[in-house]
Design a protein around this ligand. Structure first.
Ligand code: NAD
Length: 480
């Protein structure tokens, strides 16, 4: 057994400040090689009960620490994450199959710090001689936090720090495809956070469903697919539990004829192929004005052809698909598009590899009705459509059940603003795409989600608002 195996197989759930390594396990694969790298513990029903009981016990005292006391602990968590980030990154690199994933781990402490530095708002609605009326943020209670495989470290940190800052306790579950880095987070925080305040359990979809349905759970914060989000909304709705759902997207970017093609094309390539397209906020459909369509396609192809889908120790610059099902799905969408007349301008040919690598692929001759246009591909295949009439481009951009983000690219900022405002999306950009920050709300409309993370709106999602009327006199003089 190598030392890496030893490290991976020693990882356990964090339950009430104990690392629990016994019980059943499931295999975790490195997508770079397609080979199993180790076993993750698989939480049992009893372990979930223990974690929920611990979170329920711990929450009142955690809230009782007060905002400053909680922030002190959160600051120590962020410091430990920064200090031991290399340990987390080493594990994350194995389950993601790429060194590029280290960037997410490096960014996470800064993200956490900004959440720590944002005080909980108190809204004073009236303040006069007679009374003060204000709205304060109180915790919801036990929060079930469920994360996807594409960015479990950053999304997990965002959910944890936002929930903990308000005074909630948390049971966190990562995706069964990438559970190990999140288990490592639990380990590095074992002695930093009071027992039961943070619990980390690894397991499959059934564990997630059991967390949602557990009577101790008062709120669910979920990031993942629309399909799972609907099930969670249904389960939580029947029990009137609070939810934040950050779901899939099919982001459109609209490029107007006045842009500098050579400058814009590489930026769109970066926004479409970052993380090999496995980013919720990536550009997933591109609408280009017909007058610059040919030039833009050529510039996109030139830029995309420089991306290398291969292991990073062999000069690769693009990560593999994180999971085999996702690899198969993106290949299916690509094959389907070609079968329906799409033309591959660059990419398309899948290199021989044991890993799940797919090349950056630009497709033309694509149209609504093709799966690669209508569905979220979540991979490195970008359909490029042409438009003549901006109203038609906006209508096509909005002709989807998704509504996460959208962008407009133009030198005419006023025109861009007017068009962007017509996009049915939770976030819009002019001359940019893909950006998340803890102080800025992020989330989707339509099937892309419910609620927001980030900013005051994000903090409110983890809080119950309490309206407080404070009368300054105990007696009231009334005219008789
Ligand atoms: P997924 O829905 O399959 O799984 C996400 C998590 O939910 C996993 O931990 C899984 O075990 C759990 N889960 C699955 N079914 C469940 C159920 N019924 N009840 C409770 N938990 C359940 O998603 P995925 O394939 O891991 O992630 C990819 C998706 O996530 C993409 O659609 C992507 O767009 C989306 N995503 C959205 C955002 C955003 O901020 N909007 C960010 C990242 C990823």
């Amino acid at each position: 057994m190598t030392s890496t195996d030893t490290v991976l197989n020693a990882l356990g759930h964090l339950i009430d400040a104990r690392i629990v390594t016994d019980g059943p396990t499931f295999a975790v694969t490195n997508p770079k090689t397609g080979k199993v790298i180790g076993d993750s513990p698989d939480a049992t029903h009893e372990m979930l009960e223990e974690a929920m009981a611990a979170a329920t016990r711990a929450q009142p005292a955690w809230y009782g620490l007060g905002e400053d006391g909680r922030r002190e602990v959160l600051r120590r968590m962020a410091t430990v994450l920064a200090e031991r980030g290399d340990e987390v990154a080493a594990i994350y690199e194995l389950e993601k199959g790429t060194k590029h994933s280290a960037g997410e781990v490096r960014f996470a402490p800064m993200f956490a710090q900004q959440l720590i530095d944002t005080p909980l708002p108190v809204d004073v609605l009236e303040d006069n001689d007679e009374r003060t009326v204000r709205v304060v943020r109180k915790p919801v209670g036990v929060v079930a936090a469920i994360t996807p495989w594409n960015a479990p470290v950053l999304i997990g940190v965002e959910k944890l720090f936002a929930a903990l800052a308000v005074g909630n306790s948390v049971v966190l579950k990562p995706s069964p495809f990438t559970p190990l880095a999140t288990l490592k987070l639990g380990e590095i925080w074992q002695d930093v956070v009071p027992p039961g305040v943070v619990n980390v359990l690894a397991g499959g979809d059934e564990l997630g469903a059991a967390m949602v349905n557990h009577p101790a759970t008062r709120m669910v914060t979920f990031t993942g697919s629309v399909a799972a989000g609907r099930k969670i909304a249904a389960a939580a709705g029947s029990q009137l539990k609070n939810v934040v759902l950050e779901l899939g997207g099919n982001d459109a970017a609209i490029v107007l004829p006045d842009v500098d093609v050579a400058a814009v094309a590489p930026r769109i390539v970066a926004a479409a192929f970052m993380g090999s397209g496995q980013v919720c906020a990536a550009v997933k459909r591109l609408y280009v004005h017909e007058s610059i369509y040919e030039d833009m396609v050529a510039a996109l192809a030139e830029s995309a052809s420089r991306l290398v889908a291969a292991p990073d120790d062999e000069g690769g610059t693009m990560a593999p698909m994180t999971t085999k099902p996702q690899y198969d799905r993106v290949r299916t969408l690509l094959d389907d598009a070609v079968a329906h007349g799409a033309k591959v301008v660059t990419g398309g040919t899948v290199p021989p590899s044991d890993g799940y690598f797919l090349p950056a692929t630009i497709l033309t001759h694509v149209a609504p009705g093709m799966r690669v246009v209508d569905e979220e591909q979540f991979g490195p295949v970008l359909p490029v459509l042409s438009f003549t009439d901006i109203d038609d481009a906006v209508a096509q951009a909005n002709a989807t059940e998704y509504g996460l983000n959208g962008s407009v690219w133009t030198k005419d900022i006023e025109a861009g603003e007017a068009i962007a405002a017509r996009l049915e999306a939770g976030t819009v950009w002019i001359n940019h795409h893909v950006e998340v920050a803890p102080h800025i709300p992020f989330g989707g409309v339509k099937q892309s989600g419910i609620g927001r993370s980030g900013g005051v709106q994000g903090a409110d999602a983890y809080a119950e608002l309490q309206t407080q009327y404070l009368y300054k006199n105990t007696g009231r003089v009334t005219a008789s």
